[in-house]
Design a protein around this ligand. Structure first.
Ligand code: NA7
Length: 538
């Protein structure tokens, strides 16, 4: 099949791109491995899965959708978000352009006719001029290679590959391995049903209370009436949230009690409000970070009755936010239940799975169910699973063997018309807000090519080098590099053997948007264009 564009993935990014391609009058097909829309929200259907972004900013700024769609919760659950994506796709009638059950295995650029050939697992081939990847940052599950994996006779689940049917934990002895965002959301739900739940924790997290709740009609009305302001705030916010800056730094508040009052306000506001509305230098000034970290540890001690368990749950030795901070609902409270226990595996790795459970620290534990909440081969995992070859047959995997190198997180040198929607080194922020901007930018880029009769574009090696350095320099100005010791996926440090490379632009959503605009306003400076397959124009 030949189309103008192929989009790989039908989550937020894929659907938004299809809508844009339709507006541009281009023919397009999206190839999706799952059997429905949703991407992350299709696969991650474990109990408790929900966003850590408030619903009214975890969406697209289409006025007709904003008015028609009614968010139910402050932080929508998996089902609600997936339904939203379907609603948007149907409103714009793009679902018919999605081919489900199509896992892409290779993408090859043909130098002679400047076309991409995209092949899927079942051997189908799609040729196109524009090749978009919309793969998500967290789409390749990672299960540690524990010995004895096949010997375990009970049920095994992975949070990010959860079955569509309800999993019944009633009366069962359950293990959860991993206390990242997924484990933290699943644990309180599993604990309610299980006979006994044992949580295996390697690194304690700083868990914010989500303070989730249902939305009422008055609130929905207010939001619907103020979407222009919501988006304006989100686009100017460092993380793409409709929040203002805290407007103060550590040194502005000398009194410890006053500082705690500010932290308490952030804690009550919930989720990322604690990060962004307390002190603006939390990830820049160690003292500010230490104060926040100590406040959170105090909250853990106040919540968890058993002091030894509270201490085990208390993160130490790495800065707050240097690992992505999760939001939880009744997370710390769950450890007060009689049927929940916590096992620290920071010093004693899981040695092996056994027929009846697992062994760690020389002790055998018996389970009916083991749940892996062990995260993802983040950001580069999905793209590295596709055999992508650009000009002259150059392999992307080979080019990125030391870590990804992109310009703006969108393009890589030597890969004409391959566009990553929020690829490696794009902005780390509330993802739909970033997707919206990137898709608009891509639309402008395509219009630019059409106006000038260009056939293809790709970033120059210099632009890629400059961007990679900028991304690394910005990261180095923060406290975030210290997250490496705590296996932060911002750096790929959660995946054994993965080259360490800063995987995101941490200059904020607004900073990223300025960079994108600067490039587009200067006739896409940093990209080279080609009118025919053979002639490059700088
Ligand atoms: P995360 O945040 O990467 O969490 C994975 C968890 O699994 C984390 O607690 C890990 O411990 C643990 N883990 C990983 N490997 C092992 C091994 N070998 N042994 C024991 N424990 C292990 O993934 P999530 O799915 O929870 O969340 C990903 C993102 O989704 C999240 O940040 C949000 O953006 C949404 P570690 O901390 O590495 O010591």
């Amino acid at each position: 099949m030949d189309t103008d564009a192929v989009v790989v993935g039908a989550g937020f990014a894929g659907i938004r791109m299809l809508i844009e391609l339709q507006k541009l009058g281009l023919s397009a097909v999206a190839l999706e491995a799952g059997s429905d829309l949703g991407g992350t929200w299709y696969w991650n259907r474990y109990p408790g899965a929900r966003t850590d972004s408030e619903s009214w900013s975890y969406c697209f700024p289409f006025p007709e959708i904003e008015q028609a769609w009614n968010w139910v919760e402050r932080y929508p659950g998996q089902e609600e978000v997936q339904r939203y994506i379907g609603f948007v796709a149907d409103r714009f009638d793009v679902r018919r352009n999605v081919r489900f059950g199509q896992r892409v295995t290779s993408a090859r650029y043909d130098d002679t006719d400047a076309q991409w050939a995209i092949t899927t697992e079942d051997g189908s081939c799609f040729t196109c001029t524009y090749f978009f990847t919309a793969l998500g940052h967290l789409s390749v599950p990672q299960e540690p290679a524990f010995p004895g994996r096949d010997s375990f006779q009970g049920e095994v689940y992975q949070t990010s590959q959860w079955p569509k049917e309800k999993v019944d934990f009633t009366g069962k002895r359950v293990a959860v391995i991993g206390t990242g965002a997924s484990g933290i959301q699943a644990i309180p739900h599993i604990a309610q049903a299980a006979r006994h739940l044992t949580v295996f924790q390697r690194t304690p997290n700083y868990v914010m209370p989500a303070q989730n709740h249902d939305l009422d009609d008055d609130f929905r009305r207010t939001i619907k009436d103020s979407y222009p302001e919501v988006w304006s705030m989100a686009r100017n916010h460092v993380f793409g949230f409709p929040m203002g800056p805290a407007g103060r730094t550590y040194d502005d508040v000398a009194d410890g009690a006053e500082r705690d009052r500010i932290f308490e306000e952030g804690w009550q506001a919930g989720g990322f409000h604690f990060v962004f509305e307390t002190f603006d230098d939390l990830i820049l000034d160690q003292r500010s970070n230490d104060a926040a970290a100590e406040f959170i540890r105090k909250k853990i001690r106040e919540t968890v009755h058993d002091p030894a368990t509270a201490e085990l749950l208390s993160p130490r030795g790495y800065p707050y936010v240097s690992k992505r901070p999760p939001s939880g609902t009744n997370y710390y409270e769950t450890f007060n239940r009689d049927n929940v226990s916590l096992v620290d595996i920071s010093q004693n790795a899981i040695e092996t799975l056994t027929e009846n459970g697992l062994r760690t620290g020389g002790r055998d534990y018996e389970f009916d169910v083991i749940v892996f909440a062990t995260g993802f081969d983040a950001v580069t995992g999905a793209i590295s699973k596709i055999d992508i070859r650009g000009e002259h047959g150059v392999e992307l995997k080979e080019q990125w063997s030391g870590g990804p190198e992109t310009f703006l997180g969108i393009g890589s040198a030597g890969f004409p018309n391959m566009f990553m929607i929020c690829g490696p080194q794009s902005a780390y922020a509330n993802i739909p807000v970033i997707i919206e901007k990137v898709v608009e930018w891509l639309s402008r880029a395509i219009e630019h090519m059409r106006e000038h009769g260009y056939r293809s574009m790709q970033p120059t090696p210099q632009a890629v080098e400059g961007w990679t350095k900028l991304v690394s320099d910005i990261f180095g100005m923060t406290l975030l590099p210290a997250g490496e010791s705590a296996h932060s996926w911002y750096l790929g440090a959660n995946t054994p053997g993965k080259p360490r490379r800063v995987l995101f632009y941490f200059g904020g959503a607004a900073g990223y948007f300025q960079e994108l605009d600067k490039v587009a306003d200067a006739d896409f400076e940093g990209f080279e264009f080609s009118q025919t397959p053979a002639v490059a124009v700088r």
